[in-house]
Design a protein around this ligand. Structure first.
Ligand code: ATP
Ligand code: SF4
Ligand code: MG
Length: 319
């Protein structure tokens, strides 16, 4: 069953205006998300992977009801996410990459975690009990409750952020690069904790990362975003064993290997295009080794190849 449904989402940001724009009263915009559609199924982890600047955090902020799209719809359990956010009924919480910017440095851990409950009718005693319970669920001792964020390690801070996201027992959690600031061994512990909590609380995750190893470890399905457009979406097995879009193949080819001699980077294949003036046709064509004439003028649409795999590429288009 679908828990979130996103249809034809477009997000444009206004660009700062030069004098000629002001005089001509033109308002130039940058399209950061272009016609994005997908669903998240109840209980799954949908991973979103793509390079820096491709629109991942913008999409996360829209799913959280923090910013409105320019057009398109985001439904949560069949209701418009922005109506739910306005009515304070949105059961969606978030964990971001940098815990320092999301944890108030002036508050003790117990208050940081409990804050989402402050405007509910829960008694102080129940709030305290909930905090102690959730601390143990995220693998922290109750001694941590009276500490301040600066007294915690990076991994502990992210556990606090997860506890805070869980305290109101949400159904859907948006995780925007939650492990990328951590050491590899701490990353693995946190990913395993997220998997455990998902089973225990019946959570659905939208998990953002630019790291293919991380995304394939935690996800059930993966969506690949390039310059604001979804270019491939499929089950994790399918995207590992049968990646189709040349960009997905490039991301796999650039996964770090032990041998530094064979190390390649996505940057070796050019830069992500500017979203102010993206290339016509397929946005990936300037970097694509398979680009054909049609790719320079016609943008491919995300087409369903079968029940588990969608791709936006003229190599697979049925037209
Ligand atoms: N509020 C805003 N106003 C104007 N432009 C914005 C705003 N927020 C994001 N952008 C622009 O939108 C584009 C996509 O940004 P976004 O943060 O969504 O990318 P991202 O995929 O999360 O990147 P990263 O991997 O670096 O976190 C960038 O060019 C960014 O500068
Ligand atoms: S549509 Fe063309 S340029 Fe774009 S990924 Fe496919 S082959 Fe490459
Ligand atoms: Mg981001």
């Amino acid at each position: 069953m679908e828990i979130v449904n996103v249809t034809n989402l477009i997000k444009e940001f206004p660009l700062s205006r030069g004098l000629t724009d002001i005089l001509s009263r033109k308002r130039k915009t940058m399209r950061v998300l272009d016609n994005v559609s997908f669903s998240v199924l109840e209980g799954e982890t949908l991973g979103l992977v793509g390079e820096s600047g491709s629109g991942k955090t913008t999409l996360a902020r829209i799913l959280l009801g923090l910013i409105k799209p320019t057009s398109g719809k985001v439904m949560f359990k069949g209701e418009d996410i922005f109506n739910l956010r306005r009515l304070n009924k949105l059961e969606v919480h978030a964990v971001f990459q940098d815990p320092d910017s999301s944890l108030n440095p002036m508050m003790q851990v117990k208050d940081i975690i409990a804050e989402p409950l402050f405007n509910t009718k829960m008694s102080k005693k129940d709030v305290d009990e909930n905090v102690i319970e959730i601390l143990s669920k995220v693998g922290l001792t109750k001694e941590i409750a009276t500490r301040y964020p600066f007294e915690l390690s990076g991994g502990q801070k992210q556990r606090v952020a997860i506890a805070r996201a869980l305290i109101k027992k949400p159904k859907f959690i948006v995780l925007d690069e939650p492990t990328s600031a951590l050491d590899v061994s701490i990353q693995a512990q946190l990913l395993n904790l997220l998997i455990e909590l998902q089973g225990e609380f019946g959570l659905t995750y939208f998990f953002i990362s630019h790291n293919m190893n991380v995304i394939s470890y935690i996800s059930d399905r993966i969506a690949v975003i390039y310059a604001g457009q979804l270019v491939e979406l499929g089950t994790v097995d399918e995207l590992i064993s049968n990646p189709l879009h040349p960009y997905t193949k490039l991301l796999w080819a650039c996964v770090p290997r032990p041998d530094p001699e064979t190390k390649i980077s996505v940057k070796d294949f050019g830069e992500v295009p500017s979203l102010i003036n993206p290339p016509p046709g397929c946005r990936f064509h300037p970097r694509c080794p398979y680009a054909m004439e049609i790719c320079k003028s016609i943008s491919p649409t995300l087409e369903k190849l079968n029940n588990i795999h969608l791709v936006a590429c003229h190599l697979f288009s049925r037209r």
